[in-house]
Design a protein around this ligand. Structure first.
Ligand code: NAP
Length: 241
């Protein structure tokens, strides 16, 4: 049974990914930050459907917390290691750059970009030694085209896209693939404050996407079937650019 870690796996896109990878037969390690109730609900639903997994709480923006939690995980599972890593946890703190505070910039960079570096570096050695791994980074349309009011968020996602392409080339010979998934507008808590009725007009498919539609691609990229795909950024966005 493969072990998969999904950061921010308790709600939204991460939840759909956790459910799908569990249905694919993986043991899902579901990370979350502070909403324990939702995380427990997600794990319970997965178990009721016959899946296997556990919760692993830590703040992805704090390197010491990542290290401590993953160390504890290794102690509890000495025979296993994470083979599939989905760097999905992310936040938005939108503001026009001229008004943006240091915290709005740093919180988004730490949560969306620096988390990729610390979590991936910690899990990479086992993947390289065992010559198998799947690293899937949740980026965004904002990281591809840039969105006004989101210089922090766009920079964080563009940073992960660059790192995805660089790391993919570094470790391709070890059969560890690194890809990025770039959703457009997906219906989750993160987008609940947006004017869906207005925004739908600029999406060629005239609707927001569902978390499950993103999870299908993650499932494919995590599978053996995607063994020759690396360094790619694949959009799931209903045709918007
Ligand atoms: P969401 O509904 O707001 O869920 C966020 C998840 O991330 C929750 O499980 C949350 O845990 C966790 N999280 C947040 N900060 C964390 C931290 N510091 N440490 C650990 N976990 C943390 O978000 P979503 O819409 O599913 O987005 C998931 C990813 O897709 C993000 O990277 C986002 O940037 C990206 N994305 C989303 C969209 C969209 O339209 N929704 C579009 C493009 C890209 P708690 O419940 O404990 O807070």
């Amino acid at each position: 049974m493969k072990f998969a870690l999904i950061t921010g796996g308790s709600r939204g896109i991460g939840k759909a990914v956790s459910q799908k990878l569990a249905a694919d037969g993986m043991y899902v390690v579901i990370n979350y930050h502070s909403n324990t109730e939702e995380a427990e609900k997600t794990l319970k639903e997965i178990k009721l459907s016959g899946g296997k997994g556990e919760l692993l709480q830590f703040d992805v923006s704090v390197p010491a917390e990542i290290e401590k939690a993953l160390e504890k995980f290794s102690e509890n599972h000495p025979e296993n290691h994470i083979e599939v890593l989905v760097n999905n946890a992310g936040i938005r703190k939108d503001n026009l750059q001229v008004f943006m505070s240091d915290n709005e910039w740093n919180d988004v960079i730490n949560t969306n970009l620096n988390s990729f570096f610390y979590t991936t570096r910690r899990l990479l050695k086992d993947m390289l030694v065992n010559k198998f791994g799947r690293i899937i980074n949740m980026v965004s349309l904002s990281g591809l085209k840039g969105m006004p009011g989101q210089t922090n968020y766009s920079a964080s996602k563009a940073g992960v896209i660059g790192a995805t392409k660089a790391l993919a080339q570094e470790i391709a010979s070890k059969k560890v693939t690194v890809n990025a998934v770039a959703p457009g507008f997906i219906k989750t808590d993160m987008t609940s404050d947006l004017d869906e009725k207005e925004l739908k007009k600029i999406i060629p498919m005239r609707r927001f996407g569902k978390p499950e539609e993103v999870a299908e691609l993650v499932s494919f990229l995590a599978s053996e079937k995607a063994s020759y795909i690396t360094g790619e950024v694949i959009s799931v966005n209903g045709g918007i650019y």
